[in-house]
Ligand binder design. Structure first.
Ligand code: GAL
Length: 422
């Protein structure tokens, strides 16, 4: 960027910050937030944009985890019609930036001191070649287990399980009391979400990183991975017959409605409990997935900004970037989304205990080295690697004839040089 362009952008950022009258523009935003809690979170964003006179245009592509949305985004960009912003995460941000499709947010970032207010692990993912190209809005923790308090009580389960032994003992009791032990939605990304929590619980962050992030053959073919897969298979009989294909939020509804005891899911599930008027610690419980209390799988939702033509559109886009990083927005949005603000040092007094535990554990695990990227939610592998692993895990979950050792050798093949693209 030329010096003049840098100055012009800095001026635009400053104009936004001091609150000069807005030039109204339209922002089209691609996202996949369609469940009850997610829709309420998006509504916060729309309202804030509308306050400044900007028009929000929803580009919603339903489908948990965002796989469908990413496919549609590719088509739109190929047609030369990118949205202003899209919810893109992790290494996928780098792929879009490498195609030169994204706009630099550096002027705004340096004026607003993003480097000082973001955890470094997050800031690094938002940058391409040292420049900001995406804006983070939250930190979701993925390694949670959700429980219906009344179901546990009725089944005679004294407290939410901390280990897999406790988990299976509780699941047996819940089944005997006539409830569904595990509300699982049988979609590939949900199978993968369950799998990564199991690997973390069985092998800890070291195995998780070696096997799922670094794709080390010895870890993928080793004993701890074998035990993880066996354990995953043991969980399946605790799911209900209607599980295959079910959306994640409908599974959460089973827990909310007292039909099921547990769900393994990231804390966007909390958004559903909250939207249904439930209270953590009373109606529902949040505990780290068995064996994972000392670790944390993070999943950061972020918006990448695409290059747009036209000053008004750019102005609205710039305002969106500024807004997303604002303290006020991060509080209001995350109170509904189930996640915690990604900005450091934000007061959490309005947040519930699940969020406070999440914030505490995020800080503690970043010091201890047990903070790991969620592989199932696009924080570590390239989209192609992620898709391959997701398919293998889901095939294993669905096909009882596929043996553990077959899957282990297929997983190990993912580490072949042709599969590793970076
Ligand atoms: C995650 C995403 C969350 C939530 C969830 C279900 O990947 O980060 O924001 O929407 O999928 O779609």
């Amino acid at each position: 960027m030329t010096l003049a362009a840098v100055l012009q952008r800095a001026l635009a950022a400053i104009t936004l910050l001091v609150g000069a009258p807005a030039i109204a523009g339209e922002v089209e935003v691609l996202h996949y937030w369609t469940s009850g809690g997610e829709a309420k979170s998006v509504a916060e964003l729309k309202a804030s944009m509308a306050q400044r006179g900007h028009t929000w245009k929803d580009f919603t592509v339903p489908g948990g985890g965002g796989q469908n949305a990413m496919a549609v985004l590719r088509e739109r960009v190929l047609q030369g019609q990118p949205p202003a912003a899209a919810n893109i995460k992790g290494p996928a941000i780098q792929e879009w930036a490498a195609l030169n499709a994204l706009t630099s947010l550096d002027a705004m970032a340096s004026f607003d001191r993003w480097d000082d207010v973001l955890p470094k692990v997050v800031a690094d993912q938002m940058k391409h070649k040292g420049r900001y190209v995406a804006v983070p809005v939250n930190v979701h923790r993925v390694n949670w287990l959700w429980a219906n308090a009344a179901v546990l009580r009725k089944a005679g389960v004294a407290s939410a399980p901390r280990s897999f032994d406790e988990f299976f003992a509780a699941a047996d009791r819940i089944r005997a009391a006539g409830f569904i032990p595990v509300a699982h939605g049988g979609q590939d990304w949900q199978d993968f979400t369950l799998f990564e929590s199991i690997v973390l619980g069985v092998g800890g962050p070291a195995l998780y990183t070696r096997a799922l992030v670094n794709l080390e053959p010895a870890a993928l073919s080793g004993d701890a991975m074998r035990r993880s897969l066996e354990l995953m298979r043991r969980i399946k009989p605790y799911t209900d017959a209607a599980s295959p294909g079910r959306d994640w939020n409908l599974s959460t509804e089973l827990v909310i409605g007292g039909k099921a005891g547990f769900q393994f899911m990231g804390d966007w599930a909390k958004g559903e409990f909250i939207a249904a008027g439930q209270t953590p610690g009373k109606d529902f419980l949040c505990v780290p997935a068995p064996g994972t209390a000392e670790a944390y799988t993070y999943n950061v939702d972020s918006f990448a900004m695409f290059q747009l033509k036209g000053w008004e559109a750019q102005k609205a886009q710039g305002y969106l970037a500024y807004l997303l990083m604002g303290k006020d927005f991060q509080e209001r949005f995350n109170l509904r989304k189930g996640s915690i603000p990604v900005r450091l040092n934000m007061p959490l007094d309005r947040f519930d205990d699940c969020a406070k535990v999440s914030a505490r554990d995020f800080a503690a695990t970043s010091r201890s080295g047990a903070l790991v990227p969620s592989v199932a939610h696009g924080m570590a592998l390239t989209p192609a690697q992620q898709a391959s692993m997701r398919k293998l895990v889901s095939d294993f979950w669905n096909n009882d004839k596929l043996t553990v050792s077959e899957v282990q050798s297929q997983l190990t093949a993912l580490s072949a040089p042709s599969q590793k693209s970076h």
